[in-house]
Design a protein around this ligand. Structure first.
Ligand code: SAM
Length: 319
């Protein structure tokens, strides 16, 4: 890189430091982000200017939000979460609000919303600022990952840094790759993966994952001066799973396709106890559904009966 003053250069140096020396400050919190991912966030936020802010999707119990905002109290930090997951006791929102109070973080705000609604109404929370650092760690399905990138794009500063968690998943990398290919002013600066999802790791390997990238990370940057060459996270070339998505959507009870896929997962090699357990669960969940959620067709339900037959847009009259 021949741009000594550039933020991209500085960020690259910071990523090396983050990997080597870890966090700037350990806030002593627990959560679901690897220590070196937090270290990258803490280093990256140091590079923001006053007209930029930090936005995060997926707060959970505040590990990434608080650890990042605590090392840059002059930078506005917004965390979006609807607390739809991993919150059995309904305590996560209050827990994070208490952390914000305890650490006296006047820069930090929790936005209790679905990420898509949050991104669609983000302008009113930004107070004229642009997103300088954006951490994506909410729902990890392909569409949500891509929407997180697409809907935030107009709010990103010219030097924006995007950190994406859980990039061990092929479909997460695919969303990043698709975004990068469609938006050539963004580049992949860094990728780091661990050997597997932490649920599949044990002992030393599991500890190493927690101490580093946990479930993989990608760092994208906005690169309007074309400082970096194009680089893409690797993906599986076979797109069958994405094509299968279309066959799943119109099926009756397709919402439980993942439960049916669990059955397939224990068929070969055959694990009879798991098979029966998963089958029973599938039967229970399907039978619990209301008839109105399932009607009208047994399958190939294109859900079009309430759509207009003819709806023509009209040009606006500008005065
Ligand atoms: C893996 S956790 C985030 C971990 C967190 N960054 C940390 O450092 O511990 C994922 C979070 O995304 C949130 N989430 C899932 N779907 C969401 C949605 N549709 N809108 C907003 N947040 C969502 C969940 O409620 C959960 O708290």
């Amino acid at each position: 890189m021949n741009h000594p003053e550039s933020r991209i250069n500085e960020l690259a140096t910071r990523i090396v430091q983050a990997e080597k020396n870890g966090m700037i400050k350990d806030a002593g919190l627990e959560g679901a982000t690897g220590k070196k991912v937090i270290a990258i966030l803490q280093h990256a936020i140091q590079l923001l200017e006053n007209d930029e802010c930090y936005v995060e999707i997926g707060v959970y119990r505040g590990l990434s939000l608080i650890s990042t905002s605590v090392v840059a109290p002059h930078i506005t930090a917004l965390g979006i979460d609807n607390f739809a997951q991993f919150d059995k006791n309904n305590s996560n929102k209050t827990f994070v609000e208490n952390l914000i109070r305890q650490h006296q973080l006047h820069n930090t705000q929790l936005i209790n919303m679905d990420f898509e609604d949050g991104l669609n109404s983000l302008e009113k929370f930004l107070n004229g600022k642009k997103i300088g650092l954006y951490f994506i760690d909410g729902p990890h399905d392909y569409r949500s990952q891509l929407i997180c990138l697409l809907f935030a794009k107009k709010f990103l500063s010219e030097k924006a840094i995007i950190v994406i968690d859980n990039c061990n998943y092929n479909h997460v990398r695919q969303a990043n790759q698709d975004f990068l290919k469609a938006n050539s002013e963004f580049k992949l600066l860094f990728e780091g993966y661990t050997k597997a999802h932490p649920a599949n790791l044990k002992g030393k390997a599991l500890q190493e994952a927690w101490d580093s990238w946990l479930d993989g990370v990608n760092v994208l940057v906005k690169d309007p001066k074309n400082e970096l060459p194009a680089m893409y996270p690797p993906t599986i070339r076979d797109r069958s799973l994405f094509f299968a998505d279309h066959r799943i959507h119109p099926m009756r009870n397709s919402i439980f396709a993942w439960r049916a896929a669990k059955l397939a997962a224990v068929l070969k090699p055959f694990q009879p106890i798991m098979f029966v357990a998963y089958l029973l669960r599938l039967i229970i969940e399907v039978r619990k559904r209301k008839k109105s959620d399932i009607e009208p067709y047994p399958y190939i339900n294109s859900l079009a009966k309430d759509l207009p037959y003819f709806n023509l847009n009209k040009p606006q009259i500008h005065s």
